[in-house]
Design a protein around this ligand. Structure first.
Ligand code: NAD
Ligand code: USQ
Length: 396
């Protein structure tokens, strides 16, 4: 298949592009390198030494004999260039990773809120409008988030996108299926809930084939392909804005920095290893919905954990302390989370679990590159509101 990977220079996009290329798909990466520019803005860098795009692609050609092409475009702005690219390449699928994905970054200031909304909503609408504009039968695979559901469900298992409800009618109670009610916890997560409405509309109105993957927090760094050569290494974010919780704790353990648990650490979240992410992307691309099928939503996660349990687990192996900090975010201190993820399992996904000792591999990476870590960038410095910022400064 021919596949356009929008956001293919990022943490999930790069290993996905390599994985698809390794399996014989013809891949074109589209990215405006905005994530690398945000690193400059935040004065941080990936813990792993990621190489410039040209060098990454050259290395992949050397290692695999396969060619991946690259186009520098801003999705959501360079509309005509996107249409021209789609008409030229005629892809079977477009995978859409090209959004600003950090919740703390999206909450830093009014400017960051506005950028996240502008970037993410225009990107999603432009891709959909361009697919319709070109008249081609293209399957859009989007990376969404578990965060669209909110995280507390009173013991119920979160379904894959749609909720069965009973409604009162004149003829009595009737069954209906609705999009699961959106309950975002940050401006970033809110853009993902809005994306869902774009999908619903374009699918209903234009019959665009769409798979929306509601992904949990990704951990790990390397995949089968990125391990093949150091020049292919994946990025590893550890800073307070972009670093996600498990990778942050593993890196903190590697540099003996007390693990930064927010609040009581009773937050339960869904997780998936990066190797499973790329496998799920492959399964989604290779199994498009039927023409006329409603937007297919799958929960892309493999296990759930409480934040404090993760910290305690790592403390036991590493002897690093756990620091319970005032929570900069406005979120429930404690929640239960049960999730349906049957679709990917039925397609053959064999999940990698934390228990398999893979954490060691990540710790090794974190140790190997620990001299690249800037300790001043580890703390979370983005607050959900002024009260939370004031509480933090009172604590010193
Ligand atoms: P990332 O920031 O590492 O990668 C996103 C890539 O998209 C970057 O290379 C960036 O330069 C590019 N990009 C952003 N806006 C663009 C635009 N308008 N035009 C062109 N390129 C643009 O993020 P990631 O961790 O790889 O996440 C990818 C997707 O997966 C996101 O949509 C995110 O919401 C979703 N997701 C990520 C996680 C996670 O834990 N990392 C979990 C669930 C869902
Ligand atoms: N947390 C800590 N300490 C830290 C960092 C985070 O306790 O040092 C806590 C947070 O307060 C939160 C939880 O850990 O309760 C998860 O935070 P996170 O930064 O790992 O994840 P999140 O902000 O939810 O975002 C990440 C990705 C995002 C994706 C989302 C999937 O950045 O792109 O959409 O995970 S999900 O969480 O399932 O919505």
């Amino acid at each position: 298949m021919k596949v356009l990977v929008l956001g293919g220079d990022g943490f999930c996009g790069w290993p996905s592009a390599l994985h698809l290329s390794a399996r014989g798909h013809d891949v074109v990466i589209v990215d405006n390198l905005s994530r690398r520019k945000i690193d400059i803005e935040l004065e941080v860098d990936s813990l792993t030494p990621i190489r410039p795009m040209g060098e990454r692609l050259e290395a992949w050609k050397e290692v695999s004999g396969k060619e991946i092409r690259f186009k520098d475009l801003t999705i959501g702005k360079d509309y005509q260039e996107l249409v021209d690219l789609i008409l030229e390449e005629k892809p079977d699928s477009i995978i859409h990773f090209a959004e600003q994905r950090a919740a703390p970054y999206s909450m830093k200031s009014a400017r960051h809120k506005r950028y996240t909304v502008d970037n993410n909503l225009n990107a999603t609408n432009d891709v959909l409008a361009a697919i319709v504009d070109t008249g081609l039968d293209i399957h859009l695979v989007h990376l969404g988030t578990m965060g669209v559901y909110g995280y507390g469900t009173a013991g119920m298992k979160i379904p894959e996108g749609y909720l069965k409800v009973k409604v009162e009618t004149r003829e009595g109670l009737k069954d209906q299926e609705i999009l699961y009610p959106a309950n975002p916890g940050s401006i970033y997560h809110m853009t993902k809930t809005q994306d869902q409405l774009f999908f619903h509309f374009y699918n209903k109105n234009d019959k665009v084939k769409i798979t929306d993957l509601h992904q949990g927090i990704v951990w790990g760094t390397q995949t089968e392909e990125t391990k093949k050569d150091e020049r292919l290494i994946n990025r590893f974010d550890y800073d307070g804005d972009y670093g996600t919780v498990l990778n942050r704790f593993l890196m903190q353990a590697a540099i003996e920095f007390p693990m930064t648990v927010h609040g009581t650490g009773g937050q339960t979240r869904a997780f998936i290893h990066i190797q499973d992410t790329v496998r799920c992307i492959q399964l989604a691309v290779e199994n498009p919905p039927e023409h006329g099928e409603r937007t297919r939503i799958m929960n892309q996660m493999t296990e759930t954990h409480r934040v404090r349990e993760l910290a305690e687990m790592i403390a036991n192996i590493s002897k690093t302390e756990v620091a319970y900090l005032p929570n900069p975010r406005n979120e429930a201190d404690e929640n239960e989370l049960h999730v349906e993820n049957d679709t990917f399992l039925s397609m053959g996904l064999k999940p990698i679990t934390l228990a398999e000792g893979l954490m060691e591999e990540v710790t090794e990476i974190a140790k190997k590159y620990s001299d690249r870590c800037d300790r001043s960038k580890v703390k979370s410095v983005s607050y959900w509101n002024k009260d939370r910022e004031a509480a933090q400064s009172e604590k010193g």
